[in-house]
Design a protein around this ligand. Structure first.
Ligand SMILES: C[S@@+](CC[C@H](N)C(=O)[O-])C[C@H]1O[C@@H](n2cnc3c(N)ncnc32)[C@H](O)[C@@H]1O
Length: 182
């Protein structure tokens, strides 16, 4: 695995009581994800956001949790089971250069992951292809690690393939944007 990818052993750092207070998935995503939605958490890690969204989509909705590390996905399945939402969560192991998902989705979260991907432009094109018309991509990057200029460049790359800036949400410790597919 490439050095710049967060190793699964370190991912427990991102999943603690403080984060549950500061990055509450219901507060961040509740206006985009509701009963019946199909959502994707790309670079899901141990599923902090995937499980949060699984609680929002109800029994008619689905969450696809995508990561390249099988150890992360194993934890997602265990946690989803413990949270009673396993039937709403599908895990998918991707490769570093392709998420390899063609299923249409209403909402995608890419949280603290784009900077780890070798070709962000390619990732954005794949995500754009998965989004239904009217769908939204919520991207957040760690502000202590990613420069604002690099984040703005990512947004311009999104605009270059037809996404539009829908919102600039405030996300603690992060740079955040919601891009929409018209
Ligand atoms: C810093 S962690 C963030 C995890 C999670 N999104 C969160 O907010 O807790 C970054 C995650 O992105 C995943 N990742 C890195 N490159 C990826 C790629 N090319 N495709 C899919 N996932 C990737 C890593 O395996 C890791 O789980």
């Amino acid at each position: 695995m490439a050095d710049h990818v967060c190793h699964w052993r370190h991912a427990y750092l991102f999943d603690n009581v403080l984060r549950r207070l500061l990055h509450n998935p219901r507060k961040l995503f509740g206006s985009y994800v509701g009963p019946g939605s199909t959502a994707m958490d790309v670079g899901c890690g141990m599923g902090f956001n995937a499980i949060g969204m699984a609680k929002l989509v109800g029994d008619d909705g689905r969450v696809i949790a995508v990561d390249l590390q099988p150890e992360m996905l194993e934890v997602v399945r265990r946690r989803a089971d413990r949270a009673g939402v396993a039937h709403r969560v599908r895990t998918h192991q991707c490769s570093a250069d392709s998420i390899d998902i063609s299923e249409p989705v209403d909402f995608i979260v890419a949280f603290w992951m784009v900077h780890e991907v070798p070709d962000a432009g390619h990732l954005l094109r794949e995500l754009h292809a998965c989004l239904r018309s009217g769908g939204k991509l919520f991207a957040a990057e760690p502000s202590f690690h990613v420069k604002k200029s690099a984040f703005e460049e990512m947004i311009r790359a999104g605009e270059g393939i037809g996404l539009t800036v829908h919102d600039r949400p405030g996300v603690r410790w992060s740079l955040g944007v919601v891009l929409a597919k018209p």
